[in-house]
Write a protein that binds this ligand. Structure first.
Ligand code: SF4
Ligand code: SF4
Length: 208
């Protein structure tokens, strides 16, 4: 006869925890969190997050799928690794934060207009075309994403920095017409194809 399930232990083996273990990079370590709060106290921007890493891990174990995947908290992670070096259970917290953000994005659940998310997408789109970042187009995107008037105001407030970059040759106005390309375009495409292949292989691995 099967041993009776302890009802109080059920939330800690939620379906969502299994899903995170399966789909999120580093997710298999979430169950190791002992809720000491060191990561929450170490995070330089933690006070501005809706949910600290400690709380996110508790919510995952409690099965709060919509709340976890819909929050912008993990998008705020700056990869400073303060939490990782201090965690007594050695959780790869930074990896899990980025893994959760990327999983939410894959499912279409990431909050729209979240600045880090928007910038990540714009950055990828920018370098994907040529293999190199077009600094001018990326800068213009950053300034004008909120509209023309807002963009002009922002650009004006940063005019000294912009002029300094122009003088130092760090910003080339001619890049508006296309810009430079990576030398080994074939190698670049092969690298991206390989990365996609690895992702597909991981996704096709047996679940549980
Ligand atoms: S420091 Fe580690 S063990 Fe402590 S709450 Fe954060 S993730 Fe959990
Ligand atoms: S790596 Fe991310 S979660 Fe960890 S302390 Fe830094 S900002 Fe916070």
């Amino acid at each position: 006869m099967d041993a009776p399930t302890n009802p109080s232990a059920r939330p800690y083996r939620s379906d969502f925890l299994r899903e995170v273990e399966r789909e999120v990079e580093g997710g298999e370590m979430v169950k190791m969190c002992m809720q000491c709060g060191v990561c929450a106290g170490s995070c330089p921007f933690g006070a501005h997050w809706e949910h600290s890493p400690q709380k996110l891990f508790m919510m995952i174990r409690a099965g709060k799928r919509d709340e976890v995947l819909g929050t912008d908290s993990m998008w705020m992670c700056t990869s400073c690794y303060n939490c990782v070096v201090r965690c007594p259970r050695k959780l790869p917290i930074t990896t899990i934060m980025h893994g959760l953000a990327s999983y939410a994005q894959r499912l279409g659940l990431a909050p729209k207009m979240q600045p880090t998310r928007d910038f990540s997408l714009a950055f990828y789109d920018n370098f994907r075309r040529t293999g190199r970042v077009n600094e001018l187009k990326l800068t213009l995107w950053v300034y004008f994403r909120g509209g023309l008037v807002d963009g002009v105001k922002k650009a004006w407030s940063m005019r000294r920095v912009g002029l300094g970059m122009l003088k130092a040759g760090r910003l080339n106005p001619l890049e508006i017409f296309g810009g430079h390309e990576v030398q080994d375009r074939k190698g670049f495409e092969a690298m991206l194809a390989k990365a996609a292949q690895i992702e597909q292989r991981k996704a096709a691995q047996p679940k549980d």
